[in-house]
Design a protein around this ligand. Sequence first.
Ligand code: NAG
Ligand code: NAG
Ligand code: NAG
Ligand code: NAG
Ligand code: NAG
Length: 463
Amino acid sequence: MSYDAVLSRSFSRHDQKKLGWAAFFGVMVTALFFCVMFKPFLSPLPVLNLSLSAGVNLKSVLSTEEVAITQSLATKIKEARPICDYSQRGSDVCEMDGDVRIHGNSSTIFVASFDSDIVARNTTSWHIRPYARKEDQTALKHIRKFTVRTTMLSEEDLPRCTHNHSVPAIVFSVGGYAGNHFHDFSDVLIPLYLASREFNGDVQFLIANHDSSWTHKHKEILEKLSRHEIINIDKEDGVHCFPRMVVGLKRHKELSIDPSRSKYSMKDFRQFLRSSYSLNRETATKIRDGEGKGRPRLLIITRKRSRCFSNEDEIANMARSLGFEVVATEAKANLSQFSRIVNSCDVMMGVHGAGLTNIVFLPENGILIQVVPLGGMEWLAKTYFGEPARDTNIRYLEYKINESESSLIQEFPLHHEVFRDPYGIQRKGWGEFKSIYLDRQNVKLDVGRFQQTLLKALQLLRD
Ligand SMILES: *[C@@H]1O[C@H](CO)[C@@H](O)[C@H](O)[C@H]1NC(C)=O
Ligand SMILES: *[C@@H]1O[C@H](CO)[C@@H](O)[C@H](O)[C@H]1NC(C)=O
Ligand SMILES: *[C@@H]1O[C@H](CO)[C@@H](O)[C@H](O)[C@H]1NC(C)=O
Ligand SMILES: *[C@@H]1O[C@H](CO)[C@@H](O)[C@H](O)[C@H]1NC(C)=O
Ligand SMILES: *[C@@H]1O[C@H](CO)[C@@H](O)[C@H](O)[C@H]1NC(C)=O
């Protein structure tokens, strides 16, 4: 798994904010279009509803039994109606109840409907790419597209079930940027947790763009969320039938949960991770003066190829001299091992990059120190790790390097636009920005100045 590939591509959206807005606008228009197109369809059974609410006249014509039947029919249709919500930022989601059947190989989902009018018009199909970053065309390009179709509730019109399931299904893709540690959590695992936790394991995952190394990497989490073996839906030629299905996942924000949109919070998610990986430290060490018991532990996330600390030993020695026990290591793909290392520490520091995603394993009240390299990355740093850390109850400190701490000073003169105008370089495009600031920049911390940040961290552990 690559830790190296960055949040990079996500940045391109920042870079192309305008494009982003255009796409967003496009989505809104599409949503509006669908609302107009299917309005009669979306408001269930308008005629029936109208007559039922108009009440008196109709009731005098129909017997009570007939009214009851009509009402129950209306309810059934409502239940069987697929609802694709294209209006949310971040992700599209379709949810359907009743009789839902999926044929993987043709990427088609069939939903039973009683309403012959709708089926006859044959206009009732929806399309969805179940990856929670819909504003990003690069990410979506290779995501499998599913078609949701409503069909008359009769066996002839529906494909025959080869597998009957009694639990709800969740369809999601691990294509796009999945595989990058940050995107694994931000785009897939946190949204999946939000969608599936309430089922307490009784839910079936159907994975599109299936990748067995991905499911292996995250098996502890996946097994904790679902007790049913994952189905690779890409090539599945059987027809799997479910009483309920959700296609797509909801992403609230980067690496975080909006508590106003869910009954779960990042605190719950972290608790869930602790139990998935059997992590035993719930809260960070609280330093009490005079009690020498247990030194605070500092984890230095190192990198090998780019954005590495070139004076790692010097940093570690300085930290030890302040009283830290120091662990320096690269972020590892084996999360059951690496989560334990992170959880055993109180403070985690590293240069901006996907390895910092591991804050999710820090104990409550732990501290993240993000070292921000040159390149006008303040927005990225704040959005991808600063805000998520705060949402996660991790105290957040930032250390911005200056020109003399960047290896770029060996390549470019101080008056070069690389130093003078990083936003100008960002405007030239993602490739240009990445090749200079992300791929070619290493960091030699000025330990004298950085010491102040570590002292601040110690102070926070005392408070
Ligand atoms: C899957 O669909 C493709 C065409 O879309 C077809 O060529 C292939 O034979 C199908 N595979 C199976 C296992 O049905
Ligand atoms: C609806 O569309 C499907 C596939 O596109 C087609 O096989 C079917 O005949 C159509 N039904 C009607 C009533 O037009
Ligand atoms: C699934 O359930 C349906 C309806 O109950 C039944 O007709 C069908 O034979 C079942 N299929 C399998 C494979 O058990
Ligand atoms: C991680 O390593 C442990 C052994 O230390 C092993 O049991 C486990 O399967 C590994 N997990 C993954 C996802 O590779
Ligand atoms: C960077 O900061 C150090 C102090 O930490 C200072 O001595 C140096 O002049 C600064 N370099 C530049 C280029 O501003």
